[in-house]
Design a protein around this ligand. Structure first.
Ligand code: ATP
Ligand code: MG
Length: 370
């Protein structure tokens, strides 16, 4: 079943088409709810969302370990309805690395090809190639318990890649690793995906991981896809309060808006009154701004047309390159301003209890109609 990507049709059709797929477990658990999306050839695509939102279920349906209740899945131009898991042009890397403890690294990596009864010489060559790909060259004779967590995860990756699938499905592949190793492996995976040119679909509930690795992300909530976009678009133009809140940090102010003509609205939220913004949302709205867009000053900011309010500094958290300054402006949660420490002592001019102004530009404001 070795599926050669080299011989895959070089069409521009999406490699994965998910059409109106729903998965209901038992009589009422709607794990995946009418999801439609396409993944292009060669993409590094992420499924991102909170625990229980249906990410794994969607991935398992692609792999053939679950059957959709309704809807269809097309991979590489072929409807998967009648195609068994082991005949699909995909391979899956699981969260728990699942390497065989009684086999050497090389035996683990070559296992799938041995099952396929490939000639011993070819298995040997391809194992060598796969180990080089994941930077484990020379470790083929080691046993899994002689490897670090990151190295064991590379064995699992090599074992999936050696079959040359059209699509590699990765379910939280780095979640068992500590933060430092995880970050290194994120870069490794991106490099690897570029090298092999295989389409990667990765599941994660870690938004920073999705932002740093994927070229497109589908954000899921309760089985539903809420937005599909590039990392930058998700961050700068979230389509809803849910997405804005789930991706990165954000300051939210509940308020109301009324039409002000010419594609503008007049918004009042917390201490901000009659703010004119571009937008169409009226009624109950939510005004939002990312923390790095917020400027902090000791006196009223002088720029024209800024959205500004004064308050009291409640907390300062120093992170080296930047500091988070929290200012209570009497609107519920304190406003978070992320200050770059581009000159020494930038944030140390503020202390708890100080009066400070927060401000930002209208064009950096987001408006959600919920
Ligand atoms: N075999 C099953 N039988 C019944 N319910 C299931 C089954 N598998 C998953 N579910 C339910 O479907 C929903 C989605 O589960 P899924 O594992 O896809 O979520 P997830 O997004 O991968 O979450 P996590 O981030 O925690 O791994 C959950 O409510 C879960 O309890
Ligand atoms: Mg899961």
């Amino acid at each position: 079943m070795a599926h050669e990507t080299a011989s895959a049709p070089s069409t521009s059709a999406p490699i994965i088409e998910i059409k109106g797929v729903t998965k209901i477990f038992g009589s009422d658990v709607r794990a995946v709810d009418n999801v439609s999306l396409e993944v292009e050839r060669g993409e590094f695509f992420a499924l991102l969302g909170p625990s229980g939102c249906g990410k794994t279920t969607l991935l398992r349906m692609l792999a053939g370990f679950e059957t959709p209740t309704t809807g269809s899945l097309i991979i590489d131009g072929q409807d998967m309805a009648e195609v068994q898991a082991n005949k699909r042009p995909v391979n899956m890397v699981f969260q728990s690395y699942a390497v065989f403890p009684h086999m050497t690294v090389a035996q683990n990596v070559g296992y799938g090809l041995k099952i396929d009864r490939l000639p011993r010489k070819e298995i040997k060559d391809r194992v060598k190639e796969a180990l080089e790909l994941v930077k484990l060259d020379g470790l083929g004779e080691r046993m899994p318990d002689e490897l670090s967590g990151g190295q064991r995860q590379r064995v699992a990756l090599a074992r999936a890649l050696i079959k040359r699938p059209s699509v590699l499905l990765l379910d939280e592949p780095l979640s068992a690793l500590d933060a430092k190793l995880r970050e290194a492996m994120q870069l490794e995976l991106v490099r690897l995906q570029k090298t092999v040119g295989i389409t990667f679909v990765i599941v994660t509930h870690d938004q920073a991981e999705a932002l740093s690795m994927a070229n497109r992300i589908a954000v899921m909530e309760n089985g539903v896809v809420r937005q599909i976009a590039s990392p930058a678009e998700l961050y700068e133009q979230p389509a809803s309060r849910f997405v804005g809140d789930f991706i990165g940090q954000i300051n939210l102010f509940d308020g109301t808006a009324s039409a002000a003509g010419e594609g503008r609205v007049k918004v009042t939220a917390g201490p901000f009154t009659d703010v004119i913004l571009e937008g169409t949302a009226t009624g109950n709205v939510c005004l939002a701004v990312r923390p790095e867009k917020v400027t902090i000053s000791t006196s009223r900011p002088s720029g024209s047309n800024l959205i500004a309010a004064s308050g009291t500094v409640t907390d300062i958290a120093y992170y080296g390159g930047f500091s988070n300054v929290f200012v209570d402006i009497g609107s519920g949660e304190p406003v978070l301003a992320e200050i770059t420490n581009s000159a020494r002592g930038v944030s140390s001019q503020y202390s708890q209890g100080d009066t400070a102004w927060v401000s930002w530009r209208p064009e950096d404001t987001l408006l959600f109609d919920e």
